[in-house]
Structure formats: structure tokens, C-alpha cells
Design a protein around this ligand. Structure first.
Ligand code: OAD
Length: 230
């Protein structure tokens, strides 16, 4: 018998217990930096060094952190479920925990692409990228991140994945950023839906979610129990 599909939409809270700041909690990244200074195409045009440095710091931090219990339980669930992760996170902690099917909606910190030829994508790992680091055709490289105001190419692919879910889980996202947040409306009515977050999250479209009001690690433990004890 083929495994049931467990589809997960993850956000910054998934990686919080690994030591990566979220964006909108108190002390979050958007309290320390202005979105319009570091996370838009206009910011990169106006001050590329500052933007490169912002992502260099994020990359350097990634070298210092490890997947947490939440990432690990999700990877373990692959033995029971066909798990597909759709993440807004640009870190690689789902991969490092052993999850296999991961779609990055907002890009990946460990990659860069050419400012002139966006299909030229390179792995940089956790290395710093400077002004003057160019693609094979001589154009400046930029972070492989979907900035505010840019299209989210992976969204089209995500819609049928959410629609095919037998179980749908939202974890560690404030559901503030579209189109990612809009994915929740594509889960079918009759499938169990869970939201794991220590804080109250306003669920769009008045959808019916089972709320597990816990941090990612203990919330995933609880989810695993509920899924496997059945
Ligand atoms: P947010 O910072 O908006 O939301 C983080 C969510 O995680 C909140 O609902 C918190 O309550 C929750 N949270 C905090 N600690 C947690 C923990 N230990 N376990 C579980 N949940 C916890 O982050 P996102 O929703 O991911 O985009 O933000 C979406 C996008 O906005 C990001 O991908 C990023 C950002 O601007 C870009 O940079 C393009």
C-alpha cells in the first residue's frame, strides 16, 4: 500500500530552537533590519554591499547551527508517510535532518544566482559573497533569495502538492506573507489539518485547524503521537 501524503508548510519558527531568529517575533530580524534596506531588489540596487553582507551573516550563522528536534521528527516520519515539505525558510536544516522532499518557496541561503542570467545558479555553501564575485558570463552574483516584490516561482508547483495532502501541517509561520500563506486554502476540506505554533496564529479563510500550541520540537512530538497512535 502506498504511504499517505503528509504535507508540511514550515516557517521561521521551525528553526527558532536551532538558534535562528524568526522575523516578526519580538527580537526578530525585522526589528533589527528594515526589509526595504536588505530584502528587496531596490535595496540591492541601492546598496549591494549592505545586502550581500546581510546574507553573508545569515550564511555564517547557518554554519554554526544544527537541526533541532522538530526537524528530526519530521525526517523520521518519512518511514510512515510520504512527506513533502514546503518551506519558507532559506536555511538547509530540513535537508540536514534527513528530509528528502523539500521545496524552498523563498530561495536558499547556500545558493547564489547571476543578476543578469538568473538560470545560472551556484552553490556557495556558507561562504561569503562579495561585490565582484561574478557568474560564468561576468555578471555580479546575488543571494538566491526571493525578495519582497519578486515573484515566487515555486508557488505554482506547491498548489497541487497541498491539494493532494492526506494530512496537512503548518508549523512556525505567522502566515503573514503571501502567496505562501494562501497555500493553506488548497488543502482539501476533509483532511486533518494541524497548526503547530506557541503563539496564536490567525488562520486565513476561517479554516478549521487542530491547534497544537507548542514550540516546534515538542509540537512535532505531539503531532507524531497523534498521527501514529491512530
Ligand atoms: P515569522 O517571523 O513571521 O513567524 C514566525 C512564527 O513562528 C510565529 O508565528 C511565531 O509564533 C512562531 N514561533 C516562534 N518560535 C517558535 C518555535 N520555537 N517553534 C514554533 N514556532 C515558533 O516567520 P515566517 O512566517 O516564516 O521571507 O515569515 C515568512 C517570510 O517572511 C519569511 O520567509 C521571510 C520573511 O520576511 C523573506 O525573507 C522573503
Amino acid at each position: 500500500m502506498s504511504k499517505k501524503k503528509l504535507v508540511v508548510l514550515s516557517g521561521a519558527g521551525m528553526s527558532a530552537e536551532s538558534g535562528i531568529s524568526t522575523f516578526r517575533d519580538s527580537g526578530g530580524l525585522w526589528e533589527k533590519y528594515k526589509i526595504e534596506e536588505v530584502a528587496t531588489p531596490e535595496a540591492f540596487a541601492a546598496n549591494p554591499e549592505l545586502v550581500l553582507e546581510f546574507y553573508n551573516q545569515r550564511r555564517a550563522q547557518l554554519a554554526e547551527v544544527e537541526p533541532n528536534l522538530g526537524h528530526k521528527i519530521l525526517a523520521e516520519l518519512q518511514s510512515e508517510y510520504d512527506v513533502q515539505i514546503i518551506t519558507q525558510n532559506v536555511d538547509n536544516l530540513h535537508e540536514r535532518a534527513g528530509s528528502k522532499n523539500i521545496l524552498h518557496l523563498h530561495g536558499e541561503l547556500t545558493k547564489v544566482h547571476s543578476t543578469k542570467y538568473p538560470d545560472l545558479i551556484y552553490d556557495v555553501g556558507t561562504k561569503a559573497v562579495k561585490l565582484g564575485d561574478n557568474c560564468a558570463k561576468g555578471a555580479q552574483l546575488r543571494p538566491h533569495i526571493v525578495w519582497f516584490g519578486e515573484a515566487v516561482p515555486a508557488i505554482d508547483e506547491s498548489v497541487p502538492i497541498v491539494n493532494a495532502a492526506d494530512v496537512f501541517v503548518v508549523i512556525g509561520t505567522s502566515l503573514n506573507v503571501y502567496p505562501a500563506a494562501g497555500l493553506v486554502m488548497y488543502a482539501r476540506n476533509d483532511v486533518p489539518k494541524y497548526i503547530i505554533d506557541p503563539n496564536d496564529v490567525e488562520i486565513p479563510y476561517g479554516l478549521n485547524f487542530n491547534v497544537i500550541k507548542k514550540l516546534a520540537g515538542e509540537g512535532m512530538e505531539e503531532l507524531k503521537k497523534r498521527l501514529l497512535d491512530k
